[in-house]
Design a protein around this ligand. Structure first.
Ligand SMILES: [Zn+2]
Length: 442
């Protein structure tokens, strides 16, 4: 038994949202009980005690969409003329970088990103991967890294026509192989989805092949949707349909599918997403950085579409995404009082609901039966803290690197900002060597 106590505790459990001096008892991989520190210490006298030292105790964060391989873009020298639009961002950056990845590059970009997750208190991640010249086995390399880092991960491979039929077919096979492998794994630490790049790089023939390969597997599709305007222009020109109508017609929508971005959608498409139970992931920093526009989040939330928050490979810090999403909606809607409720709901409730579609073990709450994913954040509130103003304190007073301790599935991964299981310096030194080789190949 592990106790994490002695701090204000934010549980995200509606029956017991806030304890001024809380303590979480974790038995094996699951939370057994949440109560007051003195009470828990009395009840479990032999338990290990992780002292939060009056810092905030809360559930580990969840990232709804990222790309681990983007780690190797950090500081990458620009070999090509600067991109003038989003299509050129893909062509001159991401599609050059992902082709330079070997399986070693896949592993080291993933393990460093996953260490960064631990250091930012993020304990569950949904990733979308591409390494077109080394497709076979790539998801299994990422799984190895996720297991070593102690992070729960949903993985998929992005199928696309951009590199020809052979690589497209390898992508389909990697998805199916990994979905079946993850379904057989008993410990619920990994899940597989069927990854697709975006409508603009997927022909009707390819979508039909994907649908056929998926068969009756209930894994869901993970796909970028109307990120830039080109996705819609291409779909309307080639197929006389909007992107979401096209995906619906191929059976890509549904209660297991994740539609990423959803910026350039009309009302009818939003209705289809709502009616089919498809979930959306919003990635504000990426959208601003790529200058692709702002998702119509207020309209999306009016329709009761399950919408979560991701980082799209920019960072592993969900609080950075939280801050960006908050400011972006106010800026875009030219109103200082919008989205105060919607954004925290996405991060603190919906990301967990989305994970419940892929993992059996519930995450995102400090409550009995939930995964023992508990973090401690260095924060001393300068004003009163209660269940009524938690989200404001987190928004304006904390960041990912405020996290001083990370526990995932009952295992202490970081304490006093030092990894307990891994040699971080050695991993990053090796990653820099591998990264240099990847840059040479870009
Ligand atoms: Zn993405």
């Amino acid at each position: 038994m592990l106790l994490i106590g002695n701090g204000p505790t934010i549980t995200r459990d509606e029956n017991n949202p806030f304890l001024p001096d809380g303590c979480v008892a974790v038995d094996g991989a699951l939370i057994a009980e949440v109560g007051d520190t003195a009470e828990m210490k009395g009840k479990y006298p032999g338990a290990r005690f992780l002292d939060a030292e009056r810092n905030i105790i809360m559930p580990g964060f969840i990232n709804g969409h990222t790309h681990f391989y983007s780690t190797f873009s950090r500081g990458m020298p620009g070999k090509y003329p600067p991109a003038q639009n989003f299509a050129e961002v893909l062509d001159r950056l991401w599609w050059k970088l992902d082709k330079a990845l070997t399986l070693e590059g896949v592993y080291y970009s993933a393990i460093t990103a996953l260490v960064d997750c631990v250091k930012n208190g993020c304990t569950t991640v949904i990733d979308h991967h591409a390494s077109p010249l080394h497709v076979a086995g790539s998801l299994f390399e990422i799984e190895k890294a996720a297991r070593l880092a102690g992070i729960r991960a949903s993985l998929c491979y992005e199928v696309s026509d951009r590199d020809g039929a052979e690589i497209m077919k390898q992508g389909i096979k990697e998805n199916v192989d990994f979905i079946d492998h993850a379904a057989r794994s008993q410990d619920d630490r990994v899940a597989g989805m069927f990854g697709l790049h975006a409508s603009v790089t997927l022909s009707d023939e390819t979508l039909a092949l994907c649908r056929e390969a998926m068969g009756d597997r209930d894994a869901g599709y993970h796909v970028h949707v109307a990120e830039g305007p080109a996705d819609q222009e291409d779909s309307e020109a080639k197929y006389k349909k909007r992107v979401v109508e096209r995906f619906r017609d191929f059976g890509i929508t549904g209660g297991k599918s994740l539609f990423i971005h959803c910026i350039h959608l009309n009302d009818k498409e939003l209705d289809v997403i709502g009616q089919t139970g498809t979930a959306i992931i919003h990635n504000p920093e990426s959208n601003m950085g790529n200058a692709v526009g702002c998702a119509p989040l207020l309209k999306i939330c009016e329709r009761d579409i399950l919408t979560g928050l991701g980082t799209d490979g920019y960072v592993s810090d969900m609080l950075q995404s939280y801050k960006m999403a908050n400011a972006l909606q106010k800026h875009h809607n030219k109103h200082p009082n919008v989205a105060w409720g919607e954004i925290p709901t996405m991060l603190f409730e919906n990301n967990a609901k989305i994970c419940a579609r892929y993992f059996k073990t519930p995450v995102g709450k400090l409550a009995a039966g939930y995964s023992g994913d508990v973090i401690v954040s260095d924060y001393n509130p300068p004003t009163p803290l209660s269940d009524a103003n938690i989200n404001g304190h987190l928004l304006f007073g904390t960041e990912g690197r405020s996290v001083v301790a990370t526990v995932a599935a009952g295992k202490v991964l970081m304490r006093d900002r030092r990894l307990t299981e891994l040699d971080e310096k050695a991993i990053f030194a090796k990653a820099r060597e591998v990264g240099a080789k990847v840059w040479e190949a870009v």
